[in-house]
Design a protein around this ligand. Structure first.
Ligand SMILES: [Zn+2]
Length: 108
């Protein structure tokens, strides 16, 4: 299923947001990341945390690292704390936001 040029399902709801990749004018290009929504208290955006393994050659082991990015949440996509979300890179929308949520799955 492809929508807005992405390999994600389009949201069932419609919205009027100009900053929506499905119903507005936002183009998603660049990186497509997937992570966990750790904070959805902010208005119109969510903080998404990604965890990755960084290998340390000296000890031949990996260490867990994490990074956080803020992503715009269009009104047609519901994001709650703990949800697994897919975010796509877009043009900078504000000082710290250059990603937009394109898909959200409620984690069990
Ligand atoms: Zn929308």
């Amino acid at each position: 299923m492809s929508a807005a040029g992405l390999e994600v399902a389009a949201p069932k709801k419609k919205c009027e947001d100009v900053r929506c990749p499905f119903h507005g004018g936002i183009k998603v290009r660049g990186r497509l990341l997937s992570g966990k929504a750790v904070s959805t208290a902010g208005k119109g955006f969510a903080v998404v945390e990604m965890e990755y393994l960084h290998m340390v050659p000296k000890f031949n082991r990996g260490e867990r690292r994490r990074s956080r990015v803020s992503a715009h949440v269009p009104p047609c996509i519901a994001v709650n704390d703990g949800d697994t979300v897919t975010i796509g890179e877009c043009r900078p929308l504000s000082k710290t936001i250059s990603f937009v949520v394109v898909e959200s799955r409620r984690s069990a």
